[in-house]
Design a protein around this ligand. Structure first.
Ligand SMILES: [Zn+2]
Length: 463
């Protein structure tokens, strides 16, 4: 499979450049309490970025990642995922811009033999150093070097003005050009345009500053390199596919879902792609020990599974199906995760239970609606109805569309504003309760001063 070939090629290439090949961290970050799930390759190296000596100054990984910020976009766009693998090479106070740029270019054009005509780059508008390297050392024509601002080419985005404090720096992205036939066709179309002609394949972050309280950027004594390249995206480029979901990795899963569709709808493809994505996410969350529940990480898994079940229902599939597709995930991911096969039955069972529960909830929704809303047919109170609709959504996972269908049919007034307000309050509550706030590099949370954990389980029952 293309992804297996690319993953191996990437790691071997950086091994030849004296990088230590480090295993992917779990989706539940080992020692980074600032995030719920591992969102990128660099998270497992925060200590090294802060100067902690782990015995190596260069590393390369293929990190399994989970992001849920764009959950609603998954399936609708060509490249949003919840679960994905990210290839990355890292330097901890060792090499910097010149090597990072030269090696990225060498990997893409020499190892993968991507035509240099197809590649464009962007640099941060004030980063004359990176601009000079691309122009003079690599020889990219100036019209193919795009200068972008704080939002696109600084990491963390807009950190200069908005924070957080801590290590930050400009970045440089490499784009693949699908050609003038794709996209807007405007003569000035460039990677700054969002028409789809250009896709970003690799982001090189040059962590060279430390942002301080007053917003000043102090030069870091140890400059770091942090790069990230989405494996599925790279595979889509190599396979000549415009959508990540068309690569061979997803093919068997997509085929199996399509076989069972009984209701034809215009957006079928979007739903099928979303289900294929969510299935992989659910499998790997459970693989990493996160079980569906009503809070925290478990709630994310539950939400992802329920979203898929609603999509399946729309496609006319009302039987538990996701659990049956788990072996396909184990199959397509067998090279990086050979042990997934041994766990596939347990994972499928967890998913099956979750499927059965939610299908039951959906089946009994008629009664639930009756018991909750009947009183409001006589006595309209749109605000309370809005709040109850939110409660049904939050507690039972009943989607608003389903509730609204019932309310419409029975002519019960509903305040969308009340629903949205309740949703917003919930969002704020969960935000203040989660650990996902504060500085990206919060050394306090990384346990840098703690002794190493000792396993005492052979001698003691409790510690
Ligand atoms: Zn364009």
């Amino acid at each position: 499979m293309q992804v297996d070939f690319l993953r191996e090629k990437f790691l071997k290439f950086f091994q030849s450049k004296k990088h230590k090949i480090v295993e992917s961290d779990s989706l539940v970050p080992k020692d980074d309490p600032t995030v719920l799930f591992t969102p990128a390759g660099m998270n497992q190296f925060k200590k090294e970025f802060l100067g902690f000596d782990s015995g190596f100054k260069r590393a390369a990984t293929s990190q399994r990642c989970l992001r849920t910020d764009d959950l609603d976009k998954v399936g609708k766009t060509s490249s949003h995922h919840t679960f994905f693998e990210m290839l990355g090479n890292f330097s901890f106070g060792d090499y910097f811009k010149e090597e990072a740029i030269a090696w990225a270019w060498e990997f893409l054009t020499k190892e993968l033999k991507i035509s240099r005509d197809r590649l464009w780059v962007s640099v941060y508008k004030d980063d004359f150093e990176a601009y000079g390297i691309w122009k003079d050392k690599i020889g990219i024509p100036v019209k193919k070097i795009v200068k972008l601002g704080d939002k696109d080419n600084f990491w963390p985005a807009e950190a200069k003005t908005k924070g957080p404090n801590g290590p930050c720096g400009p970045c440089s992205e490499i784009f693949y050009d699908f050609g003038v036939d794709i996209g807007c066709g405007k003569p000035d179309c460039s990677p700054a345009c969002s028409c789809g002609r250009f896709v970003e394949i690799w982001n090189l972050v040059f962590t060279q500053f430390n942002r301080k309280d007053d917003g000043t950027l102090e030069s870091l004594p140890n400059k770091n390199i942090d790069t990230g390249m989405g494996l599925e995206r790279l595979a889509s480029v190599m396979e000549g596919k415009q959508s990540n979901f068309e690569i061979d990795l997803f093919a068997p899963i997509v085929k199996e879902i399509k076989k069972r569709i009984t209701v034809k709808i215009a957006s079928e493809k979007e739903f099928v792609y979303a289900i294929a994505d969510h299935l992989r996410a659910a499998v790997f969350c459970i693989y990493d020990g996160v079980l569906p529940s009503n809070e925290g990480r478990g709630y994310v898994v539950r939400k992802i599974i329920r979203k898929s079940l609603l999509h399946l229902k729309t496609l006319g599939i009302n039987e538990p199906l996701m659990n049956k597709l788990v072996p396909l995930v184990a199959q397509v991911m067998r090279v990086p995760y050979p042990d997934l096969k041994d766990k596939q039955e347990d994972i499928a069972l967890v998913i099956l239970n979750e499927e059965k529960n939610f299908i039951n909830v959906l089946g009994s929704s008629e009664e639930l609606f009756k018991s909750k809303f009947d009183a409001f047919i006589e006595k309209p109170d749109s605000e309370t109805v809005g709040n109850v609709a939110f409660m049904l959504h939050d507690t039972y996972g009943i989607p608003l569309e389903l509730t609204c269908q019932w309310l419409d049919k029975h002519k019960v007034c509903f305040s969308r504003k009340a629903f949205e307000q309740a949703m917003e309050e919930q969002r704020l509550r969960s935000k203040s309760g989660s650990a996902m706030k504060g500085d990206v590099f919060d050394a306090k949370g990384l346990g840098l001063k703690l002794d190493a954990t000792k396993f005492t389980g052979y001698k003691e029952n409790s510690t």
